[in-house]
Each structure stands twice: as structure tokens, then as C-alpha cells.
Write a protein that binds this ligand. Sequence first.
Ligand SMILES: [Zn+2]
Length: 85
Amino acid sequence: MDADRSADVVEFFCPECEHRWTREYEVVHGQLPSGYLYEFFRLNRLPVMSPYFQEGGLPCAQCGNRVTGTLLQRRLWQRHEEESG
Ligand SMILES: [Zn+2]
């Protein structure tokens, strides 16, 4: 499977209490033979939903409100940087 990987720094901003934080997600970007583009997200090495959709949002640490993330920075991984173990 041919896929590119990136590290996305995702920013979350809670509109309820104005708490702001960031998380770094590992993202695998790929394309099926049909042309369909897909993305897999991992946080702390666990597969998670996309943080850019409501379903994959994170609860605010201060008030528990579920917050959808926005992309702050995307850094493509070089092949030699791939994790070993
Ligand atoms: Zn909050």
C-alpha cells in the first residue's frame, strides 16, 4: 500500500470557556485504486476519528465541551523518520 504520512498539529479552541490547546496527530494519507482518498488518524499511537469532524473532537479539559480541531501545522514525514518499534 502506497501511503504518505504526516504529523498534524491540531488546535482545539473551546468556545464555552475559551480554553485552547493543541495535540499532534499522526496521519496516514492514501489513495485507493479507484481514486478514493482516505486518511487515518492516530493519537498516542491509537487509531482515532478525524479531529476535523465533530465525531472525532476532543472534550475540553476544563468544561467537558466537545471541540472540533483545526489544522495548525502539517509536517510530512521523511521515510527515514518512520518509527522503528
Ligand atoms: Zn471548555
